[in-house]
Each structure stands twice: as structure tokens, then as C-alpha cells.
Design a protein around this ligand. Sequence first.
Ligand SMILES: [Zn+2]
Length: 385
Amino acid sequence: MGKVSLSGIKVVDVHAHPFSASKELETPVSFLRKLSLSVIPEMFSSIDRIEKHQPYPGSNMWIQLLLRSMSNYYGCEEDLKSIVDIRNKKAKDYSAYSIELFEDVNLVGTIMDFGYPQPPLNRKEFEKLCGTQVWEISRIEPVMTSLGKQNLSFDDFMEKYQNQLTRDLSKEEVVGLKTIIAYRSGLEVQEMNKEDAEKAYQEFLENDRSPAKAFRDYCFHIAMEACTKADKFMHIHTGIGDGEVVMTKASPSFLLDTLRKEKYKNTKVHLVHGGYPWMEEAAFIVSILPNVYMDISLQNPFTGHGVERIISQVLELAPFDKVMYGSDAFTVPEMNWMGVKLFIECFERVLNGWVEKDYMSAEKARYIGEMILYKNFEEAYQIKL
Ligand SMILES: [Zn+2]
């Protein structure tokens, strides 16, 4: 045991997705599928023929760490069948189980992206389900898609789009907008060009998932302007995600030209997923731009043991007050729970390393822990817990 413990500190998760209370019993395979970032359904097909000590086919370190933590928590064998049996009993009262897990790790608040799953879940119901405070970010792409179905001229589209963003941002529970442009045309956003945007609008109308780059870039700028006016955050998906991502244009460095424009000097920006696997680029960007922040989500917890390395790497350059905790949890409460557990365990190791090397006192190390776990959120988002 090191000198620094982060136990007892409250936690705010600045990027996760809501889940619903599932009534079905899980089987070992269905449960594995829910835990996986993978969208290939055949990844986990059967666990019937595996040998003792053999990892479940398709499983990785994240799954291994989660199963081990769950077996410790339940006091059962580290065996999927035993774990899922207990889990099914506990999850009969889904809300009680979710609240138990959230309380176990002191997870008191989350910024939720209701853009996934679709159709969107209800915020109030989700708040009740897990007994935590929930703030919302509003995705711009579903707004674009629904307006795209109305047969509007380009100018009418843009007027309605802008009005809708303004309305979304005026809601108290909405702390910002979010874009997944990295999944469609990439982060190398160009300046607004109406003529090109109008041409690309046709491409978008034919297929709302097409790149339609000039059109998306145009919509991106309008969203940035709306956030600037409302003094709320623009969340930008950076780095990898699901298999659709435009991987060659997903690293945060592509955003730098846009973010350092004079007109966005006061715009608050939140780099979702901290650009993983290019988190040093995100760390550099938040170190030079006063209103740009990053979180460590998705990479936590889905890189498993990698979380320790990542925290250490991000904090090579990123100011301590620019980094926030996140998980990107998206299906079951165990993900939200494991996100916190793994992050705290890895963060304590990093902080204790610094204290052992005499880089700082244990008190300062714990304070940095508090900053990343909730204080930076309170400060950046101007929300007192
Ligand atoms: Zn997400």
C-alpha cells in the first residue's frame, strides 16, 4: 500500500451513455457481448468448449479485469457462469443493483450522451434508475438527420438547424453540444464555405451517413458558434471509437487549426476520449489553449492495464486542471462501476510513484486526484455538486 489513497473521493464521469433496465436474464455469451466494445457479433459465440484456465474466445484484458473484479465483489469463482448467475439474481431489481454499484464507487454524477443508444432514453428515468445526477450533451448529428428528412432548401435547413441548437443549449440540464464528425468526414475541418456546403448538402440528403464534408464542416462551425454564444461546451469525439471512425483523420492534431482561431478564443471545448490513441496530442492542445479540456474515457476502462500508462502519459504535458475522469460506459452498470475502480487503482499507482520519487507530497498527490475525479468538472462546468 502506497501513501496516497483516493478512496472516499466522489467521482463525476464526464462521458458515458445511458442504459435501460434490462428485464432479460443474461447468458454468459450475451453478457460478454454487452461488455465488449466490439461490434462484430460473432466475436463471442460459445463458451462451451473452453478448457480450464483458457480465456474466453475474443476476450481481452478489459474483460479479464472486469470478471476478476466482479468475482471479488460477489465472492464467487472467477468463472463466467457463476458470475452471471449471481448477476442475474442481483439485477432482478435493476435499479437497486445499479444504485448499489454506483454507490460502491462513489459515482455521484455523470454527463451523459443520449445520442447513443437510439431512440434516446429518458434522462429523468435514468437518473432514478441509478440514483445519480445526470447532465446532458446534445448531439448535432441527429438534429441534422431529422431536418434532412424535411426536404428543406439549404438556407431553410441552416436556419432551423441553428434555432434547434439554440433551443437545446437553452435547457438547464444540457451542458453542451456534441459532434461525431470524426465518424463521418474526419476532424480536419475547413473554414465555412457556403457554396461547397450547399453542394455537399445534396450528398447528405441522399445519404445522411455520407461524408458530405463541406456540409458537415459548415454545421460544425454553426455548432461552435452556438456554444460560444450560450457559453456552453462543445464536445468533440476524438480518437478511435466504433468501427466506422475515419481513423486517418481522427487524431486531435487535425483540430488545432480550428481551435486556435481568434473567433473560438472563448469557446469551451471538451475533447471526448482525449484523442486515444493520440492522447499526447490532446494533452498538448489542452496545454496551449485555455478553454480546451480533455477526458480520459473509453481508453479507461477499455485498455485494461493500459490505463496506468495512459494517466501517466497524459499528465506529462496536460495541466492538472485540464483533465477529467470518464468511462464511455454504454450498456450495463458494471461498466460504470469498473471504470471508476480501474481508474482509481491505476491513478493511485501513478500518484504513489510520484510521491516515492519525491516529486510531491502525498497531500498534493491526493489533491490532484480530487481535481481529476470531480473538482475540474465543477470548475470547468460551473456546477457545484
Ligand atoms: Zn461515447
